[in-house]
Design a protein around this ligand. Structure first.
Ligand code: PRX
Length: 630
């Protein structure tokens, strides 16, 4: 990397790390992608297996419904497993797993392919076909990965619902995706407690009518209700003759759907982001290879949850596409002691750790002694995702975890982008708090209200101005919303929903969301989901939710509630409302603070002015109030 002068606090990786990196000549690679976007992505795609090569890399004849690798035929699950079992990687470990209770399991590429095939055969025997939707609702266990890969193998579309979500969130997603099959675990272990996932699912199923079969993975072994004719045990099905070790792979068109993943948007219900086999596969393979510099003998740990996009792209698909050995841990970071993670890094010799700022800040609270008790010398690279990392947390991560020798890959991206968009590679000079620049082939800008580029260090709307292969293709069943949500504010340009600034070196600095999305501990929640959960309580007339800064979580949810006439305000009711939101949406959505109010600030057209509530809570000037009703 050319040693030009950079402004501010800058960190460089050692020559050894850079010289061995896939992205050693990163500037040249970026230049080649700039010269030929299609040429760059074609070269990346050639590293993977195609049953039939594509006719066209990028088809932009019907913008913004971009298509990638049209005419090409592939299957991402085949690329994740069979491509390796046909080589020396057959007996290489694909997955090492540790349960919160200390259970241990591991899978070679051979074993993961075998179990995936068996489960794919089970799904087929239940009538699951190409294009059918299957919902998966589990904790962080290997069967979650197997279920996703089995769906992909037979061309079914998986919709994973995060195991931290609850009844209404699951119901909504089952209903919207019209899933016929639900794969669930009896429960999961979190912080020493059991989360009764099957019980939550049973309640959601009472509200959702489409599900015909429920397949239950035994994890906790605690008693569960099994409904005759509908519910079946995974381990029993996997023993049947039908669960054969081989299952023909469905040849998929590059643009055939791979999965739906629900995420919160500006208004209304969560929307189903749709990703495909071809472009998504090429994007996640390439980004993980360059950014986390995956090598044959690496042990890589992405500590996210498979139920979010980070887990889809960089726990399941990305590492397997790269033939890597991944580690997955079931439990919470600091349970039962604050050095649980560091012990596992030492035990398994983890080389790459990818986590979120909220986890880092959580560890910082316990001090340096906990990580210092473990040997963390195997680490080579660190990563961060989900929200802006404050420089203080960055420096702590760099010094105490990385021992000042591990570059930190701060990756900015979204459920919608499918893959890293702003991210360094190991040789790029780093500045704490910035993800540096867009990945090869991607152009971004920062716009003012009128869609004009702003100057250095000015804040504005973060937009993406080139298409990229892992981009969402649409919102499932709602193409109009896809266009209006992402491509209409500035026609022809992808609107991220974030505000950002770009410094004099061209580095991007994310400021936060500009819409009604709240990032709590890196989890994405919509004000609308929290509000509708509150309003579904019989005592509540109206509710407004906002995010306020929080030391560890990044943001915390504050809710303002108007009660129905005659209902008495009380501390007990506040707690009841918090529990109600936890029960409907999930524990992560429980408001930190609930305040009763007789009136909510609204525009004349009845829209709640959350910015006024936010300014008031922060003791700031609420700004222009001309549209306020009263
Ligand atoms: O606001 C940005 C923030 O997370 C949003 C996307 O959330 P989600 O779709 O859940 O995906 C999260 C994991 C990819 C973005 O709009 N965000 C994500 N990564 C970063 C970030 N903010 C700052 N820095 C990041 N590295």
């Amino acid at each position: 990397m050319e040693k030009k002068e950079f402004s501010g606090e800058v960190y460089y990786a050692s020559e050894k790390i850079v010289d061995n990196a896939h992205g050693k000549n990163w500037e040249e690679i970026c230049k080649s992608a700039e010269d030929s976007l299609e040429g760059f992505w074609a070269k990346e795609a050639e590293e993977l297996h195609w049953f039939k090569k594509w006719d066209k890399v990028l088809d932009d004849s019907n913008k913004p419904f971009y298509k990638w690798f049209t005419g090409g035929q592939t299957n991402i699950a085949y690329n994740c497993l069979d491509r390796h079992t046909e080589t020396y990687r057959r007996n290489k470990l694909a997955l090492i797993w540790e349960g919160e209770n200390g259970d241990f399991r591991s899978f070679s590429y051979f074993a993961l392919r075998r179990d995936t095939c068996r489960f794919a055969n089970v799904l087929k025997s239940l009538g699951v076909k190409k294009g059918d939707r299957v919902t998966i609702y589990m904790g962080r266990i290997p069967e979650l990965m197997i279920a996703m890969l089995a769906c992909a193998r037979i061309g079914a579309i998986h919709s994973v619902v995060y195991g931290g979500f609850s009844v209404e969130a699951l119901h909504e997603r089952l209903e919207d995706s019209q899933s016929k099959v639900l794969i669930v675990s009896d429960g999961s272990f979190q912080r020493g407690k059991t989360v009764y996932l099957k019980q939550i699912a049973d309640e959601a199923l009472q509200r959702a009518a489409t599900v015909e079969s429920v397949l239950v993975v035994k994890r906790t072994g605690e008693p569960v209700n099994m409904e005759a004719g509908r519910d079946m045990w995974y381990h029993e099905l996997m023993k049947l003759p039908i669960a054969n070790n081989n299952c023909n792979v469905e040849v998929m068109d590059a643009e055939d759907p791979l999965f739906l993943l629900y995420t919160s948007g500006t208004t209304g219900k969560p929307k189903a982001i749709l990703h495909t086999h071809g472009g998504y596969m090429v994007g996640v393979h390439s980004t993980l290879k360059y950014v986390f510099d995956i090598h044959e003998d690496d042990r890589y740990w992405c500590a996210a949850d498979p139920g979010w996009i980070t887990g889809h792209s960089y726990i399941v698909y990305g590492p397997l596409l790269n033939g890597a050995t991944s580690f997955m841990y079931e439990g919470a970071p600091t349970h039962p002691f604050p050095h649980r993670w560091w012990q596992m890094i030492e035990k398994y010799g983890i080389n790459i750790l990818y986590t979120a700022p909220t986890a880092i800040r959580g560890f910082m609270k316990y001090g340096d002694n906990w990580p210092n008790r473990s040997d963390l010398s195997s680490l080579r690279l660190l990563g961060s995702v989900g929200e802006p990392i404050n420089p203080e947390a960055w420096r702590w991560y760099h010094k105490i975890i990385g021992k000042e020798k591990c570059p930190i890959m701060d990756t900015w991206w979204q459920t919608e982008t499918g893959m890293f968009i702003i991210a360094p590679t190991p040789g790029v000079p780093l500045k704490p708090g910035s993800g540096t620049k867009p990945f090869a082939g991607i152009k971004m800008d920062i716009f003012n209200e009128d869609g004009k580029s702003v100057g250095p260090n000015e804040e504005g709307y973060l937009v993406i101005t080139t298409p990229w292969p892992a981009m969402l293709r649409t919102i499932y069943n709602d193409p109009d919303r896809y266009v209006s949500q992402y491509w209409s504010r500035f026609p022809g340009v992808y609107m991220t929903g974030d505000s950002a600034r770009r410094d004099e070196d061209g580095y991007f600095w994310i400021i936060g969301r500009v819409d009604d999305v709240i990032k709590v501990s890196g989890y994405r929640l919509g004000t609308a989901e929290i509000e509708s959960a509150l309003v579904s309580h019989p005592a509540v007339a109206e509710a407004a939710a906002i995010g306020l800064p929080h030391e560890v979580k990044g943001n915390a949810i504050y809710a303002y509630v108007t009660l129905k006439t005659g209902i008495e305000k009380s501390e007990k009711l506040i707690e009841e409302l918090r529990q109600h939101v936890g029960h409907e949406v999930g524990p992560i959505a429980k408001p930190e603070h609930i305040e009763f109010t007789d009136l909510l600030p609204k525009t004349r057209s009845g829209k709640i002015m959350r910015r006024v509530l936010k300014a008031k809570a922060l003791g700031q000037d609420p700004g222009n109030l001309s549209t306020l009703e009263e």
